[in-house]
Design a protein around this ligand. Structure first.
Ligand SMILES: Nc1ncnc2c1ncn2[C@@H]1O[C@H](COP(=O)(O)OP(=O)(O)OP(=O)(O)O)[C@@H](O)[C@H]1O
Ligand SMILES: [Mg+2]
Length: 238
């Protein structure tokens, strides 16, 4: 297996307060890796530190075999983006005044027509919405658009932060299998998700964070059968 993302001893925090205390993480091509844990455990910070949106204070991050320099965040973001990394953040970061179609084709990175077509194939509902302003789309439609938009840049590594936040269970039931299909085409996916059973159903492996450290890592199916591990991580008791 080819490691697309290798994180070793990652430390990061805010204003001098460390919130990640040495995270080790590995994601291979074609894998969905779920990143789980209670609110405040450090999931978003981990994704942001990988992208360079949060400054790393220690440890190594390698994307596609290349070490991501620690340096200035904005420059690092640009370099990692070019190396094939895409982040779908909680706020979706769409251009709400632009149409769905414009959101898919405009952006700092070159959009590949075939990649846009493939992304629309994954979320066919978006085809009927191409002329609609993104800001007028439903939460689920916007989330599909945010993922489709990331895919239009043909990432090798897709980081998805809480794509189902605030969405109805039926929409979650459509989004997560799409994430699985994305990985099945060879893209590596890190999935931060609060719907734990749904996430484990599409993931190959999982990491459970607790207070900025990895409390558990292993096969998704094995973790799904370990409610004690999940309860401990989410509720602080076994
Ligand atoms: N911009 C910030 N400034 C200061 N502290 C922050 C900032 N963002 C996050 N934190 C703190 O860092 C810790 C980890 O937060 P993080 O957002 O990574 O957690 P999370 O696992 O993504 O949680 P959630 O499930 O609620 O999204 C928390 O204690 C949080 O309060
Ligand atoms: Mg978060």
């Amino acid at each position: 297996m080819t490691a697309v993302l290798e994180v070793a001893g990652l430390r990061a925090g805010y204003s001098g307060v460390e919130v990640l205390h040495g995270i080790d993480l590995r994601v291979d091509a074609g894998e969905v890796v779920a990143l789980l844990g209670a609110n405040g455990a450090g999931k978003t910070t981990t994704l942001h530190a990988v992208c360079g949106l949060v400054t790393r204070t220690g440890g190594d991050v390698r994307v596609l075999g290349a070490t991501v320099p620690r340096g200035r965040a904005s420059a690092t973001v640009w370099r990692t983006a070019r190396r094939g990394l895409a982040l779908v953040s909680e706020d979706r970061a769409l251009f709400s005044q632009l149409t769905v179609g414009e959101n898919l084709t405009l952006g700092p990175r070159r959009r590949d027509r075939r990649a846009v077509e493939e992304a629309l194939g994954l979320f066919p509902v978006l085809r009927d919405l191409l002329g609609r302003r993104a800001g007028l789309c439903s939460g689920g439609e916007q989330q599909m658009l945010a993922i489709a938009r990331a895919l239009a840049g043909r990432p090798r590594l897709l980081l998805v932060d809480e794509c189902s936040l605030g969405l109805a269970p039926i929409v979650v039931g459509q989004l997560l299998p799409a994430i699985r299909r994305i990985a099945d085409t060879g893209t590596a996916v890190v999935l931060v998700e609060q719907h734990v059973p749904a996430a484990l159903a599409v993931a190959d492996r999982a990491y459970v964070l607790s207070r900025g450290a990895v409390a558990y890592d292993g096969d998704a199916g094995t973790l799904a059968a370990r409610p004690d591990v999940l309860e401990e991580a989410y509720l602080g008791r076994a």
